[in-house]
Design a protein around this ligand. Structure first.
Ligand SMILES: *[C@@H]1O[C@H](CO)[C@@H](O)[C@H](O)[C@H]1NC(C)=O
Ligand SMILES: *[C@@H]1O[C@H](CO)[C@@H](O)[C@H](O)[C@H]1NC(C)=O
Ligand SMILES: *[C@@H]1O[C@H](CO)[C@@H](O)[C@H](O)[C@H]1NC(C)=O
Ligand SMILES: *[C@@H]1O[C@H](CO)[C@@H](O)[C@H](O)[C@H]1NC(C)=O
Ligand SMILES: *[C@@H]1O[C@H](CO)[C@@H](O)[C@H](O)[C@H]1NC(C)=O
Ligand SMILES: *[C@@H]1O[C@H](CO)[C@@H](O)[C@H](O)[C@H]1NC(C)=O
Length: 399
């Protein structure tokens, strides 16, 4: 046996030993051993709820194992506090019930948990296509809200890794009132024309990272709501969809600031927006959106690659017309390159009451691809914005 084979043999022995030791010393709750059928037809909700409730009462590192198979479940409430650190090893596929009457709120909700890991390569399938026609929110101010797929509220120290989410009825993931939350190597997909199927929405949360994700949906790739601080997004591929968006901010009273956002090494492909900040007019509470860094971004056929819109109004007419009271400052765009599907590649429409401050453009190169005449010149538009441009900036900067 040469030394390589010796190493191989030892690591094989170790992995066998380890598999045994994990199976024995930790508490693995295999849903199949507790009556889950996993044939995509049988309602396995009760087994899944029991799996969580039993595991949550165990100290240490309980793992809920979901083997291959399709499990029709939901809605589910995975509530803590739990005695130990919870893990879900999802290897199969969960299918959301298509009966909208079954839902009071969302599909799978995680609440009040300190220590949570979800991994395993499996899929959360929201089966949204039958529900999408019932979503009137893109058209109406007040509307019935469809269930989101995965909602995390009051969750600390979580890691979601190597899972997929497809065809949510509304948002795929909503991280709310949570902290120290890492999302890594996830794939999220829904058709480009599915309504409000945002990939990941983060609000009222601190220390969140999203890395190495592929997200294509009918709405925002990642959206950032009020009260978010220290959010890092890196190596994310978005498209189709509406891009990486902060806001809309300033719709409701009591909203709090968005502080510290880094978006690095991301690609936007065929999205309506690239990097967007949007705020409603006439916000009831004054608030701030500050310290954002966007760096090393590739745009491929994006309609509004860089946009700050403080007159956001998705409806024909909005109730309020006063200037936005959201103060935007210290926003840096560095090394943003690629193509725009509109000539107006940079658009800063800031509030006349609270002009944007410290907006910096460094090394921007955006070309227009939509013109049949072959004119690739892009333009920029500014209203109420202060800042500066450094290095080569195309389009010619208006700041
Ligand atoms: C990124 O995520 C994909 C799954 O979407 C995975 O196959 C790949 O190994 C991940 N890369 C890294 C560097 O983690
Ligand atoms: C966020 O992370 C920083 C260190 O990066 C830490 O000091 C701070 O306590 C964390 N905040 C919360 C709410 O966990
Ligand atoms: C986000 O990135 C910034 C700058 O690189 C770093 O200081 C901060 O600790 C990071 N935050 C998290 C939650 O990883
Ligand atoms: C940036 O993203 C590309 C994929 O688009 C990846 O190959 C590369 O490793 C990333 N760079 C860093 C520094 O993470
Ligand atoms: C970009 O989007 C187009 C159209 O949806 C698609 O054909 C292409 O494969 C995508 N490119 C990448 C790099 O994902
Ligand atoms: C190309 O487009 C830019 C921006 O719309 C315009 O200012 C310019 O005149 C155009 N150039 C030609 C040669 O048509």
């Amino acid at each position: 046996m040469d030394s390589n084979n010796t190493i191989l043999a030892i690591s094989l022995l170790l992995s066998i030993w380890c598999a045994t030791c994990v199976a024995q010393s930790s508490n693995v709750y295999n849903v199949k051993d507790h009556g889950a059928v996993g044939n995509g037809q049988n309602d396995d909700t009760k087994v899944f709820q029991a799996a969580w409730d039993a595991s949550c009462a165990i100290e240490g590192n309980p793992t809920i194992l979901i083997p291959e198979g399709s499990y029709l479940v939901g809605p589910l409430l995975f509530k803590g506090p739990c005695k130990g650190v919870m893990a879900i090893d999802l290897r199969g596929q969960l299918l959301a019930s298509t009966n909208l009457n079954a839902y009071t709120k969302n599909w799978i909700e995680f609440q009040y948990i300190n220590g949570l890991a979800i991994s395993g390569g499996g899929t959360f399938n929201g089966q949204g296509s039958l529900a999408w026609p019932y979503n009137e929110c893109p058209k109406k101010w007040s509307c019935k809200i469809l269930p989101m797929s995965l909602v995390f509220s009051f969750v600390k120290n979580a890691k979601i890794k190597s899972i997929s989410s497809v065809d949510s009825k509304l948002f795929h993931m909503h991280i709310f009132s949570s902290e120290n939350f890492d999302i890594e190597s996830v794939t999220i997909s829904a058709p480009g024309d599915s309504p409000n199927t945002d990939g990941i929405h983060v609000a009222v949360s601190t220390n969140v990272t999203i890395t190495n994700a592929t997200i294509g949906t009918g709405d925002d790739c990642i959206s950032v709501g009020p009260g978010t601080s220290n959010l890092n997004i890196s190596n994310v591929h978005c498209g189709p969809g509406h891009g990486i968006s902060v806001g809309s901010l300033g719709k409701n009273s009591g909203e709090t600031d968005v502080v510290g956002l880094t978006v690095r090494n991301c690609t936007l492909n065929g999205t309506t927006n690239g990097l967007r900040i949007k705020t409603w007019q006439s916000s009831p509470t004054p608030l701030k959106a500050v310290h954002f860094t966007y760096e090393d971004i590739i745009m491929n056929n994006v309609y509004n690659p860089i946009i700050i819109d403080q007159e956001y109004c998705p409806y024909v007419s909005c109730a309020e017309k006063d200037p936005s009271r959201v103060q935007i400052y210290d926003i840096k765009f560095t090394n943003v390159k690629g193509t725009s599907s509109s000539a107006e590649a940079i658009k800063f429409i800031c509030s006349s009451s609270f002009p944007c401050q410290g907006v910096i453009l460094n090394d921007i190169d955006l070309k227009f691809i939509g013109d049949a005449t072959g004119n690739m010149t892009t333009t920029s538009t500014c209203a109420n914005v202060h800042g500066k441009s450094n290095g080569n900036v195309k389009p010619n900067p208006c700041i």
